[in-house]
Design a protein around this ligand. Structure first.
Ligand code: UGA
Length: 448
């Protein structure tokens, strides 16, 4: 049955490419996935998954017969007409997106080929137009990816929206791509430049929401308000929405930092100064460092202090360390003369290559042994379930800075901890909904 479905080609099997390959195979399409790294291709062909992404390994195993991994471009070109470009576009020194890998792919396409190039890599608006200018016969479709690491498979299979951008002349190509996505959800058809902008603007807006709530959290600390309550109250307004209003020690990952800067630079290259994004970036940089001030407020000088970091990846359910807040934090703590010890359930191996001088432990408890303070950096579920009373006994000083407002302050206080969150007021200042309900049910004349 799978042979009747349109074959799909994937170029670049990083996070997006591998998820795209697995999910189209799951939908019944034969898939040829090509990468230039022979080692990666060999590992994937043996069934070894190179990244940590929930559900992905099982999906690849289930569909192993439908997916061929190769380093050979001609095998890809022979195997599929629809080619998804999923190579990375890291920032260059200037902050613009590095399109060299995208260009290398385009250069490998034979002239006059009837293939459709479908751009999933995040590229500046105008890239599609430039590629079409260079290869006049080529069909080109922009199909930006909106999946999140940690829930990538779920996001691919149940997207909020699928955006397909095509310019006049490529209507058939757009229809072929729309057919692939038809079982998944609502499709928005646009021109290529608008599709490219939708991707950048979406990431920049989400990053803006995070920096905004982080600034609100910092003000909450000054005025004694609680950012969790503030975000909940704001989020109930459906024009604002409740998602991406979690205050913390800043956003990281392979997308937000790169894409916000790329959009700022894209605007700058046209002569427009995108002021708002400058602030978004600066707030995020400073937010990672606020933890150091919080530790100093409790411990004084950090010289010789042993500080434990729980979580290193840029978010839970991934081993991705790109632009992780832990990198800046660890370096700043070391700069203050602290001894840094850390644990992450899956990212330790990748982190080890990046965190020079940081002691990595095999368990969370081992990281806490003898520590003067612990900073929760990544909100892995297992950290909420830790035996915090035991942790308090093992530590030199039971002090926790919760960089993700993830732990229960009352439970931590009961376990003997001094607790500091980000923009969280002391729990004893809050009244609970149930105590308000109790008062409401008391006749007015009897209320205190
Ligand atoms: C992000 C977007 O959410 C995806 O839609 C997009 O497809 C992807 O980038 C991409 O361009 O490829 P991702 O980087 O996987 O996805 O991670 P997010 O879940 O968006 O989180 C990014 C960072 O923001 C994390 O460090 C997270 O801890 C932080 N964050 C997120 C907050 O600090 N507060 C929040 O309320 C939400």
């Amino acid at each position: 049955m799978s042979e009747q479905r349109e074959p799909v080609g994937v170029i670049g099997v990083g996070w997006v490419g591998l998820v795209t390959a697995a999910c189209f195979a799951e939908l019944g399409h034969p898939v040829v996935a090509r990468d230039i790294l022979a080692e990666k291709v060999a590992a994937l062909s043996r069934g070894e998954v190179t990244i940590h992404e929930p559900g992905l390994e099982e999906m690849l195993r289930r569909n192993a017969e439908r997916i061929a991994f190769t380093t050979d471009m001609s095998e890809l070109l022979a195997g599929a007409r629809l080619l998804f470009v999923c190579v990375d576009t890291p920032p260059t020194y200037s902050g613009d997106a590095d399109l060299s890998r995208v260009r290398a792919v385009v250069e490998e396409l034979p002239e006059g080929s009837d293939h459709v190039l479908i751009m999933k890599s995040t590229v500046p608006a105008g890239t599609g137009e430039a590629i079409r200018r260079d290869l006049p016969g080529l069909s080109y479709v922009s199909c930006p990816e909106f999946l999140k690491e940690g829930t990538a498979v779920e996001d691919f299979m149940h997207p909020d929206r699928v955006v397909i951008g095509a310019d006049p002349g490529d209507e058939d190509a757009a229809a072929a791509v729309a057919d692939l996505y038809e079982p998944l959800g609502e499709i928005l058809h646009t021109d290529v430049s608008s599709a490219e902008m939708i991707k950048l603007a979406s990431n920049a807006f989400l990053a803006t929401k995070i920096s905004f709530i982080n600034e609100i959290a910092n003000v909450c600390e000054e005025v004694g308000a609680d950012v969790g309550e503030v975000a909940r109250g704001m989020g109930l307004d459906e024009r604002i929405g409740s998602s991406f209003l979690r205050a913390g020690i800043g956003y990281g990952g392979s997308c937000f930092p790169k894409d916000v800067t790329a959009l700022k630079m894209l605007a700058g290259n046209t002569g427009y100064h995108f002021q708002l994004l400058t602030a978004v970036i600066e707030v995020n940089e400073l937010q990672k460092r606020r933890v150091v001030g919080k530790l100093r407020a409790h411990l004084g000088s950090l010289l010789g202090k042993r500080i434990a970091l729980l979580g290193l990846a840029f978010k839970p359910d991934t081993d991705d360390m790109r632009e992780a807040s832990s990198l800046v934090l660890a370096a700043r703590l070391q700069g203050e003369g602290a001894e840094v010890v850390a644990f992450d359930p899956v990212a330790s191996e990748r982190a080890g290559e990046l965190l020079e001088g940081v002691e990595l432990t095999g368990s969370a408890m081992a990281a806490l042994d003898g520590a003067d303070a612990v900073v929760l950096v990544t909100e892995w579920r297992e950290f909420a379930e830790l035996d915090w009373a035991d942790a308090a006994n093992r530590m030199e000083r039971a002090l926790v800075v919760d960089g993700r407002n993830f732990l229960d302050p009352a439970a931590l206080a009961a376990a003997g901890f001094e607790y500091e969150g980000i923009g969280r007021s002391a729990s004893d200042r809050r009244i609970s909904a149930s105590s308000v309900a109790r008062v409401q049910s008391t006749p007015r004349s009897l209320r205190p």
